[in-house]
Design a protein around this ligand. Structure first.
Ligand code: URA
Length: 435
């Protein structure tokens, strides 16, 4: 077989066999298939799609491209969680310690930022001294001791996704449902959890632009999970606005930590999202009713346990203890205010997540190429969010970076906001699909 034959087949919209897909994954992982050949096939898949059978075969080839975590030494129910990617999405950093505080184990392998969407690994590395490269032994010990660990795909876990994910990020092939589904599900299945909650985002700042597409993605992932006998819940939520009040890396960690310390002062939509996701994670783990699980989540969130779990994770994954407390870390060198003009008044109807994600990336919080080094201080703080009332002269956002902030970013940020004369509900509806 030659990779050119596989590319030609998909270019001509012919179905790929399980052997074709296995050949592609094996060759890309061992380096005999080059980046440019893989890019061509990915683009053909992006344009012509994959059937469910092809998607399942791709997922299996990716899953078995490396090791599979054996969680049998971890006591109790193991639940996993994954987001399809969003702007300001710091949900993992919040829900993992909450669920761990309820005695459920979360052994989570996360990803890096992809396009305009942020990644948990980048956010974790923005905490001074924190490592995401845990050995399997460290990872399992931490899950047993603290209840959760957040690590990168080291130790030869789904090496196919590691390489493909980075390539897709820079070749315009992220937003293909079969590629997203196989990427997420191969990682989730290799992580060995008993059940999983998938946070499927749709809207301008997500890979799925409409709720219908998000629903299709959720259905593919549910079908794959069923084939592997795993419990799964998908929570579909809007990413038309950034989630919460920060977009970036270090500032998002601070928002997550602050929410765990003081949930009553958190952004309402972020609080609603993390409550829903934690509730489903606890519900499938404990087999309690939705109402009982939600009450348990809210009770534990108002205790000190989740924040202590978060601190224990930072301590365990830090290479040195001689480091400033988390809340003192966000000290960017440059900050510029985005101020409302006379024409920008009323209730905020929408802050376009795609524009905000792009500005944050351009400020240095994301990557244009695989080799880009992140500026952990780059990002955006939203002082006003959807539903807030705005008067002329109010500070709407702050743009942060370690280098001067170009003025065109301020204009772009102003143009991202639309207003309404009527009150607007700040909390987005959620749709839940289960197996
Ligand atoms: N998250 C993933 O893990 N993979 C994708 O392809 C998109 C979002």
């Amino acid at each position: 077989m030659h990779i050119l034959d596989v590319i030609e087949k998909k270019k001509n919209n012919l179905p790929l066999t399980a052997e074709d897909l296995q050949f592609f994954i094996d060759g890309y992982v061992d380096g005999s298939i080059e980046d440019y050949q893989a890019s061509a096939l990915l683009m053909a898949i992006r344009i012509n799609g994959l059937s469910f059978e092809e998607t399942l075969a791709l997922t299996k080839s990716m899953l078995y491209s490396g090791d599979i975590i054996d969680l049998s030494t971890v006591k109790g129910y193991k639940v996993d969680k994954h987001s399809t990617g969003g702007v300001g999405d710091k949900v993992t950093l919040i829900v993992a310690p909450i669920v761990a505080a309820l005695d459920v184990k979360v052994a989570k392998l996360s990803g890096r930022g992809l396009g305009i969407t942020g990644g948990t690994l980048d956010k974790l590395e923005a905490i001074e001294g924190v490592s995401i490269d845990l050995t399997e032994e460290q990872f399992l010990n931490q899950v047993n001791d603290i209840g959760f660990a957040l690590a990168g795909q080291t130790q030869n876990l789904v090496p196919a996704d590691k390489k493909l994910y980075a390539l897709r990020d820079v070749t315009g092939t992220v937003d293909a449902l079969p590629l997203i589904a196989s990427s997420i599900m191969s990682k989730k299945l290799a992580s060995g959890a008993d059940g999983m909650v998938l946070d499927v985002k749709y809207g301008s700042g997500a890979f799925c632009k409409t709720i219908e597409v998000a629903q299709q993605l959720a259905e593919i992932m549910i079908q794959i999970a069923e084939g592997f006998d795993k419990s799964i819940v998908t929570v579909l939520s809007s990413m038309d606005n950034p989630l919460g009040r920060t977009v970036g890396n270090k500032n998002e960690v601070k928002e997550a930590y602050d929410l765990l310390k003081n949930p009553d002062e958190a952004d309402a939509n972020l609080l609603n999202t993390i409550t829903e996701v934690s509730t489903y994670m606890y519900e499938i783990s404990s087999k309690k009713s939705h109402e009982e699980a939600k009450k348990a989540v809210l009770d534990v969130l108002h205790s000190d346990i989740p924040v202590q779990k978060f601190e224990a994770m930072v301590h365990a994954q830090r290479l040195s203890d001689d480091i400033k407390p988390i809340e003192l870390e966000f000290t960017p060198d440059y900050s510029v205010d985005v101020i409302s003009t006379d024409a920008m008044t009323g209730y905020i109807k929408n802050i376009d997540a795609q524009t905000i994600g792009q500005i944050s990336l351009d400020l240095g919080a994301g990557r244009h190429t695989k080799a880009d080094v992140l500026d952990y201080f780059a990002g955006i703080e939203l002082l006003k969010v959807k539903g807030d009332e705005v008067k002329a002269g109010d500070v709407l956002m702050k743009l942060y970076a370690s280098k001067p902030v170009p003025t065109e970013f301020v204009t772009a940020a102003q143009n991202a906001i639309t207003f309404s004369a009527e009150k607007v509900n700040p909390i987005d509806d959620k749709i839940v699909l289960k197996s």
